[in-house]
Ligand binder design. Structure first.
Ligand code: MGD
Ligand code: MGD
Ligand code: MO
Length: 750
């Protein structure tokens, strides 16, 4: 999220594409309603369903799932045609907009109507309103990401903001509504298989930096791998771990995993039914040598598997029985205080991990750096006299001294606690503190460059100084491309910047020329190679003194030359209802070794015209009463009274065509050959050609009730078929997120 929920109150228009905040972020949604009250902000919703958010909108486009790229190109077509783009902003701050303009020229309102199903009058009306009510904030979440073109979707949305000059403005920005409590923090801490914590890449230099910051030898880290080459390779993802188990079986995708299949699975805080192709997950669970489930509830992995042994359920403590920092969707930190001691036999997650590390023999190096402190010269030493570490404070200190890329240097435990304790002293809209908290923004939203910096409420704003959170775009992709400079244009820099325009990221080599004075020998001693690895913090301090942003001041790039689609391109879903459009906008070629697994694209789309047998578009998503895989909520009697069973939203016209009565049972069949039996719920939120399934239920598999497998007394108050049993093959080309928003199905009376 570039801005924050509070900042949305500054918006004059709110563009909601691929999320349903009235249901999934109801507290956050109140800021949008306030924008309407304060500024008469225009609310625009683009969604295949008439959602509760759409019910509050001024303009609504009911789009066919998976066609957001054409829709936004249609908007850009009109913006460029009418000269509504922010020319100066584009000139100074964007690389490659000409290529976008050329693609947008193809997407006439008529073509957009044909591909997306949105009447061209609606497209024109929405574009006009959005371009003329500046600034506009743009929101998305899973409606954009869970597609084979998810990454393209998440690129075209900021490009729209850039074209209109809405990025880096209060009341503007791209505001991606994060999901779980602390999901922003989890990503920042490195719960991804292709980065180290803080998004440091898997390069040797980054590993060496981490070795230093963990207080271990680089060779020790290397010795944990089959050979050093595996340190540079992304691992499996949550979406496809089971492919690592099943590889070698007939029909399964090939893997590249150092010559071995996966043998053991440890699940910590993930409901197993939340990933697509649930039948494959069941097969994967059955085939493993060992399954360990650490969860406050009985994870349904234990219930849907047919295995009889080597399955362990470890009772994890909940957030109320633990403490530490959590990061909110706007990159701000909060201290979470423990409320009660872990109940009964449950253990906090870190205790489980410490015990595991002890048994496997690496507890000491695992926890070593919490016993160390950073010296002024940027090197670690054992803290004199320290015989044990204090959890979670010492871990927080380690994080703040290590995760420099995103600017966590100012996140000391003392500061974060002080913010949480004084939350009432901060402004709801700007995040600015008053009284003793003056000069700081609530939760020190990152980047928070140093212990003196107050955090960054809105990313990429040059309207304020670097001290107040101003910055250009990150210089991350070199200084020029094909002879064109990638640095920001002259005149575009945060207020008070010594350099009036673009500059590269700060290094030992360029610091003197950028700040305009020679460094003393003592100062030079303290400088690391570049700001990211300069652990003394000297380079950052020098940059801030000159009003410079440590990571440089560059152009945002609309063209990503390393991706298969250099600019976002429309590609039909693997299971498309429009074979005529598949011919025109085919998907990607199959991709070998995509997070270690060969991943099919064209070969599925070309198999046959799936729509002949599976003529109904199927999408999945959320209910306000349930969360994720639903284990927590289905343990609540009261929530279960509101949504007691699994259902399918179906338009009465479609249902009656199949003889399905409201409240009767129906089958939903997927092209993967799987099926679920659910209750029909007549609804006008979906069009007659489409159904919607919530994904919060589990415990049943293709009509079979498996809830008898719950240990006594642990069965949830509600169980049911899992939508992901009928979410078929399909993964994003870059991130591998399952394509659970645009599928096909067939329905039948049960
Ligand atoms: N009550 C509740 N709140 C939650 C959660 C929960 O489970 N329950 N989960 C949390 C989590 S983890 C997350 S990630 C967020 C997710 O928040 P959202 O992304 O808002 O959640 P979804 O309901 O999955 O999907 C949002 C909307 O995308 C629409 N959509 C589907 N396909 C397309 C498409 O191709 N284009 C467009 N434009 N729209 C499409 C769907 O109809 C749906 O209304 O919510 C968080 N908040
Ligand atoms: N079809 C379809 N599938 C989807 C989606 C969709 O839109 N459609 N959305 C996807 C998205 S965005 C997400 S984020 C996932 C969400 O899916 P999950 O990540 O599976 O979501 P939760 O149900 O919140 O799972 C959290 C699990 O952690 C446990 N837990 C809670 N607190 C703790 C703790 O402190 N420690 C430990 N160890 N465990 C704890 C809970 O009991 C629960 O079992 O679903 C994905 N799946
Ligand atoms: Mo999520």
């Amino acid at each position: 999220m570039t801005n924050s929920f509070g900042d949305m109150q500054n918006a004059k228009s709110v563009f909601i594409i691929g999320c349903n905040p009235a249901v999934n972020h109801p507290v956050g949604f109140s800021h949008i309603l306030k924008a309407k009250e304060r500024n008469n902000a225009k609310i625009i919703v683009i969604d295949p369903r008439f959602t509760k958010s759409a019910a509050k909108a001024d303009y609504f486009a009911q789009i066919r799932p998976g066609t957001d790229i054409p829709f936004v190109y249609g908007m850009l077509h009109l913006i460029f045609k009418n000269g509504w783009e922010d020319k100066k902003y584009i000139e100074d701050r964007v690389y490659g907009m000409d290529e976008i303009k050329a693609e947008a020229a193809k997407w006439t309102p008529e073509l957009v109507e044909d591909v997306t199903g949105v009447p061209k009058e609606t497209l024109i009306e929405i574009t006009t309103v959005y371009a003329q009510n500046a600034p506009g904030t743009l929101l998305w979440a899973m409606g954009l990401t869970q597609h084979t073109v998810g990454t393209g979707n998440t690129r075209i949305a900021p490009i729209l903001q850039m074209a209109l000059g809405y990025m880096g403005k209060a009341g503007g920005g791209t505001n991606i509504l994060r999901g779980h409590d602390n999901v922003q923090g989890a990503t920042d801490m490195g719960c991804l298989s292709d980065t180290l914590p803080g998004y440091y890449g898997l390069a040797e230099g980054a590993w060496k930096y981490y070795a230093r910051m963990w207080g271990v030898e680089h060779e020790y880290l290397v010795s944990q791998f089959k050979d050093a080459s595996w340190m540079g390779k992304p691992g499996f993802t949550l979406a496809r771990w089971w492919a690592g188990v099943l590889a070698g079986n007939p029909g399964e995708d090939a893997i590249e995993n150092a010559g071995t299949n996966l043998k053991a699975l440890v699940v910590m805080g993930c409901g197993i039914t939340s990933t697509s192709q649930n039948l494959k997950i069941q097969e994967g669970l059955d085939a493993l040598d060992l399954v360990v489930l650490a969860d406050p509830f009985v994870n349904e992995a234990a219930v849907i598997t047919n295995r009889k042994d080597n399955l362990f359920i470890l009772p994890s403590a909940t957030q109320f029985e633990n403490s530490g920092t959590v990061s909110a969707t706007n990159r701000s930190a909060q201290w979470r205080y423990q409320v009660v001691e872990p109940l009964h036999e449950s253990k906090q997650d870190q205790e489980i991990m410490f015990e595991l590390a002890k048994r496997l023999g690496f507890y000491e190096p695992y926890t070593r750096s919490m016993m160390m402190r950073l010296k002024e010269d940027g090197y670690l030493e054992f803290t004199p006299g320290k015989t044990s570490f204090q959890w979670p404070e010492d871990a927080t200190v380690e994080i703040s001294r290590t995760l420099r890329t995103i600017g966590l240097m100012g996140w000391t435990p003392e500061r974060i606690k002080k913010h949480t304790d004084n939350w009432h002293l901060f402004d709801e809209v700007t995040g600015e503190g008053t009284g003793p908290m003056k000069g700081e923004y609530y939760g020190l939203p990152w980047p928070c460059w140093s212990t003196k910096h107050g955090g960054t409420p809105n990313l990429y704003s040059v309207d304020v100084s670097t001290r107040q959170g101003g910055m250009g775009f990150r210089n991350n992709f070199g200084l020029e491309k094909d002879g064109v400079s990638l640095l920001a244009g002259k005149g575009s820099a945060p207020v008070g910047s010594r350099v009036d325009g673009g500059y590269p990221e700060i290094t030992k080599e360029n610091i003197e020329s950028l700040i305009g004075r020679p460094l003393s020998e003592a100062e030079k001693e303290l400088c690391g190679q570049n700001w990211k690895t300069c652990t003394s913090g000297k380079l950052i301090d020098l940059a801030l003194e000159a009003g410079l942003t440590p990571y440089g001041n560059a152009k945002a790039r609309a063209v990503v030359w390393t991706f298969p689609d250099k600019i976002p391109m429309h590609r039909e879903p693997l299971y498309s209802p429009r074979p005529d459009l598949v011919a025109k906008y085919p998907t990607y070629e199959d991709k070998a070794n995509h997070f270690r697994v060969t991943t099919k694209y064209a070969s599925i789309q070309k198999e046959k015209d799936h729509v002949m047998e599976f003529p109904i578009v199927m999408t999945t998503g959320r209910l306000v009463t349930m969360m994720g895989a639903g284990l927590e909520n289905r343990a609540s009697k009261y929530l279960c009274a509101l949504t007691p069973e699994m259902f399918c939203d179906i338009h009465p016209d479609l249902a009656s065509k199949h003889g399905i009565k409201n409240g009767a049972m129906m089958w939903v069949h997927s092209p993967a050959g799987t099926k679920i039996k659910v209750k029909a719920k007549y609804s006008h939120t979906v069009m007659p050609g489409m159904v919607f399934l919530p994904f919060h239920f589990g415990g049943f598999m293709q009509g079979v009730d498996m809830t008898g497998n719950f240990p006594m007394g642990t069965k949830p108050y509600a169980s049911g078929e899992c939508a992901n049993t009928v979410v078929a093959y399909g993964y994003d080309i870059i991130t591998q997120i399952p394509a659970s928003k645009a599928g096909l199905c067939r329905v039948e009376k049960a």
